[in-house]
Design a protein around this ligand. Structure first.
Ligand code: TEU
Ligand code: CA
Length: 563
């Protein structure tokens, strides 16, 4: 939540352009799976309002709300049919206004999900555009003539599988959809379309939201005739225009989802004099461990040296300009503790370790619902249990091509999007306290053990560890602005780094494996100070060697170590 102007921080050493969101933590809510309030098995806005006290207790500053707009829900709301209406299963505009007001009372701001690379095929713009080349809204979408053989204009594939072009018989042209055929791409080259989007953004900004998460924003500047989808030639022009025409000067947070982002392009989006976005989500720590041919459906084990190389490169590249987002998971990714930690023998220890290593880096941390409980991947047995459009499409494609059912399901259980979408586990009551009805997607049976009620009563739980990290970011400038330096880059089990700001310093040493290890500590990290946070018994000094238990993390804070 942005502070009132009068309380605005004075510029502090360590950053030339301090922003209120530099010390914020964001919590992502996937509305269908968070809290059902009326027993229909689907989470809703009133359910979120019921849980605001819980979020306030956790200490987060902002909620990123995945889409809540009118939608046929082919892609759970990432297919919007009316940008200015709320999906009836989620509630009403009044409910939404109440959510904003109730969240504000708790110093929590709301970020809406801006999905403007595409709409639903049920959006009135597309319904108008379909069928005639002269339709008023025809040019709001991307149409091309068939190839000479009558087939698709080119062989571009949709991200959800199959061709990215669908034929409209009535008008004799194909329309582009980088996702499912029910999600036609908008034509950002059309200035009227752009104006309509900015108007819609301003309509929401006037309802007192605190910013936007921007869905696949790197796809809007495409040059499809030259085969360029992501990071196209017009992307940054559009983003600068969007900034000027909508949120610029409004003191909001904007984060663009950009699978194509590199440290270099991240500076174009988030550089302080660029007039574009606050930050982007980059995915190198995710895609680095995908298979070259089968992508996420055949995941590779996470290699710590490669993982550190990614984080270190991003921390260093955005040290003086731009800003990092920090996250392990979201609604498209597997559960953090299952992917990067150890959800069988060291679930609690590894979840706390992962949180610590990430939250003490420079950037704005994002927590995906249930991550603060150490929720784990779902393990579905049969394709009928999956709900995600991408998983279901890919199942058809891969099994038709000869992949065994069980192999596909193993891949989906490791990396599929439904892992993140099982209901939030509130208690050990029926359906984990998520609904009194039948949940739209199966609850993870481990809710008896893993749930919010149990975490809240156990002061050693993952929840309290997250709360502590969120609080530390608010009270320690070195966490927000300190210079990052990595150590032991080639060590296959240990993640080690320091942060330093005006003589204050922080040393973080973590064991990423299930063995006890003995680490030789680099000279610069040997120090005595206060233990800031740990998941085992606190140590207050790093000597020449350090014994670390499985997934142990130790953080020491001291003043003047480097002075
Ligand atoms: O995701 C973008 C996206 O490309 C993902 O679908 C991801 O690449 C995929 O899971 C990899 O296999 C955003 C939203 O976060 C996602 O939920 C939507 O489905 C998608 O855009 C379309 O709006
Ligand atoms: Ca409901």
């Amino acid at each position: 939540m942005p502070p009132d102007q009068s309380q605005e921080d004075l510029p502090r050493p360590g950053h030339p352009d301090p922003q209120w969101w530099h010390k914020s933590s964001v919590y992502q809510i996937y509305p269908a799976s968070f809290q059902d309030s009326n027993g229909d098995g689907i989470g809703d806005i009133n359910g979120i309002i019921l849980r605001l006290d819980y979020l306030q207790r956790l200490g987060i500053d902002l909620i990123w709300l995945s889409p809540i707009f009118a939608s046929p829900m082919r892609d759970n709301g990432y297919d919007i049919s009316d940008y200015c209406a709320i999906a009836p299963q989620f509630g009403t505009l009044d409910d939404f206004d109440r959510l904003v007001a109730e969240a504000k009372k708790r110093d929590i701001g709301i970020l809406l999900d801006l999905v403007v690379n595409h709409t639903s095929d049920q959006h009135h713009w597309f319904i108008d555009a379909l069928g005639s080349r002269n339709a008023k809204k025809r040019d709001f979408y991307v149409w091309r003539d068939p190839a000479p053989d009558g087939g698709a204009p080119n062989d571009l594939q949709s991200i959800f599988g199959g061709p990215a072009w669908t034929y409209d018989k009535a008008s004799g042209q194909y329309y582009l959809h980088q996702f499912s055929a029910h999600q036609p791409d908008l034509n950002w080259e059309n200035p009227d379309l752009r104006a309509a989007i900015y108007e819609m953004m301003n309509w929401w900004l006037d309802r007192n939201i605190t910013g936007f998460r921007m869905d696949v924003i790197d796809l809007i500047g495409k040059d499809i005739d030259h085969g360029i989808c992501a990071n196209g030639p017009h992307l940054h022009d559009y983003l600068r225009e969007m900034h000027q025409k909508s949120f610029g000067g409004k003191n909001v947070l904007t984060v663009g989802e950009a699978w194509s982002a590199t440290p270099k392009t991240a500076l174009l989006y988030s550089g302080r004099n660029r007039g574009e976005l606050s930050m982007v989500f980059q995915f190198e720590h995710v895609t680095r461990f995908w298979d070259k041919t089968y992508g996420k459906w055949r995941p590779k084990p996470v290699d710590l040296v490669a993982l550190k190389e990614v984080f270190n490169r991003w921390q260093n590249a955005l040290a003086d300009d731009g800003w990092n987002s920090l996250f392990w998971g979201n609604h498209d990714l597997p559960r953090a503790v299952s992917r990067y930690g150890n959800d069988t023998h060291y679930r609690v220890q590894s979840a706390k370790m992962l949180a610590t290593v990430l939250h003490l880096m420079k950037g704005t941390p994002f927590i995906f619902q249930g991550e603060e409980l150490g929720m784990t991947n779902a393990s579905f047995k049969d394709i009928s249990e999956f709900r995600d459009v991408e998983t279901l499409n890919m199942y058809q494609i891969h099994t038709k091509a000869g992949l065994a059912d069980a192999d596909f399901i193993a891949g989906a259980n490791a990396n599929g999007r439904d892992n993140a979408r099982t209901p939030m586990q509130w208690s050990n009551g029926p359906n984990a306290g998520f609904t009194t009805g039948a949940p739209w997607i199966k609850t993870n049976p481990n809710y008896n053990e893993i749930n919010a009620a149990a975490c809240l009563t156990d002061k050693n739980s993952i929840f309290w560890h997250y709360k502590k990290l969120i609080g530390l970011r608010k009270s320690c400038p070195v966490i927000v602005y300190g210079r990052y330096q990595s150590f032991l880059d080639d060590h296959p089990q240990c993640f080690a780094y320091m942060r330093e700001l005006n003589g204050e310093c922080l040393a973080v040493i973590a064991n990423f494996c299930a063995d006890q290890i003995s680490v030789e500590i680099p000279a610069a990290m040997r120090m005595r100070g206060d233990n800031l946070i740990t998941n085992y018994q606190p140590v207050s000094a790093f000597g020449a060697t350090l014994e670390l238990a499985p997934y142990e993390v130790q953080v020491i804070y001291c003043i003047n170590a480097m002075a």
